[in-house]
Design a binder for this molecule. Sequence first.
Ligand SMILES: [Zn+2]
Length: 107
Amino acid sequence: MSEGEDLEEKKLLGSGGYAFAKLREQEEIKASLGVPHIFLGNIARLNEDRFTKYYCNRCTKEYAGSPFISHENPNEELGEDVILIEKGEYKCRTCSNIIAQYRKFNK
Ligand SMILES: [Zn+2]
């Protein structure tokens, strides 16, 4: 990260809740895809220390800190030179409800 770069706290939507995290402008642009909402699944893996809090739909409760992040690197060939590099999940630390899932491809 370059010096003096602004991190702004944003709400990131997931299928099972939402989270608040500090994002760089470039990350925000990449994840919002031109719509007013930012989707956690489009952000891929964000370091836990960027999160300030999250909300779990199943617990109907807000928690401080980051959701639990699990990921794997299947390096699975999906054809036409597309490779699934990484897939992961953001989960509630209390009930393991999936807040959001993401997939990262080589292109
Ligand atoms: Zn929960």
